[in-house]
Write a protein of this length. Structure first.
Length: 249
């Protein structure tokens, strides 16, 4: 099975918000991603609303015929919004106001009691819950004990090592991703991955056979400036497909 591609459209909203107007519209980007073959849309409603807004989440649910994966911090404000929007999926992520992007995975092991309330309420509302975690056994065991059906493995450190052309480090982290994916899938979890992936770094991750979904945003939106979003999404889908086919042969 070829991994699904969830297109994260947050940074269309980043550009829109730079001027405070209506364009570029992240909902239009989501519709275009659908035409290019995206399998889902991912959007992170941050506490400070630096990119996606509450209204975007409502419109994505109403106007886009693709499953929505809402990335959210484990706060009561976000839980109320997620229960109201009832997206197909929610991915619980750590969030720090001062960070530029989601730096590292959730400490599911250290925050078990806090997270249980969120995972339970979202799951009971019919939303598929995932936890954005580092690729290690401790965090996977914590996700298992919380009873979530999905984990998303953070690929940020791998992508950074690729960008820095640190092949040794990239290979080591890739190994951690493989081991975590194998262990988690063996325990019955659905495995997703994402963060920081580019045309240059996506294939070794997409080749991990247990990975069922990749969520990719910043690079696709950046590339869209030069070649258009449809072309960027199509090329990413092609790389994911060829990685999986090569892994099989
Ligand atoms: N997955 C999760 C859980 C994320 O928080 C993000 C960033 O919002 C992504 C995937 C996509 O990361 P990037 O925009 O770097 O491709």
């Amino acid at each position: 099975m070829i991994p699904r591609l969830g297109v994260n459209i947050d940074h269309v909203a980043t550009i829109r918000n730079a001027r405070g107007g209506d364009y570029p519209d992240p909902v239009r980007a989501a519709q275009m991603a659908l035409l290019a073959g995206a399998d889902g849309i991912t959007a992170h409603l941050r506490e400070d609303r630096r990119h996606i807004t509450d209204r975007d989440i409502v419109r994505l649910g109403q106007e886009v015929k693709l499953p929505l994966n809402l990335e959210m911090a484990a706060t009561s404000e976000m839980l109320d919004i997620a229960l109201d929007a009832a997206p197909h999926a929610a991915c619980i992520v750590p969030e720090k106001r001062e960070e530029r992007t989601t730096e590292g995975g959730l400490d599911a092991a250290g925050q078990h009691n806090h997270l249980a309330h969120f995972t339970q309420a979202l799951g009971d509302n019919g939303t598929r819950v995932s936890l954005f975690i580092e690729p290690n056994k401790r965090q996977i065991d914590a996700a298992l004990s919380l009873g979530v059906p999905v984990v998303e493995l953070h690929t940020g450190a791998y992508a950074e090592a690729c960008n820095a052309q640190d092949e040794g480090m990239a290979a080591k982290i890739l190994d951690d991703l493989r081991t975590a994916a194998e262990y988690g899938a063996g325990q019955g979890l659905e495995i997703h991955a994402g963060h920081g992936l580019t045309f240059d770094s996506v294939k070794p991750v997409a080749a991990i056979t247990q990975i069922k979904e990749l969520n990719i945003g910043h690079f696709l939106i950046s590339e869209a400036i030069f070649c258009g979003l449809e072309t960027a999404v199509l090329r990413m889908k092609g790389l994911i497909m060829s990685a999986r086919q090569e892994a099989r042969s």
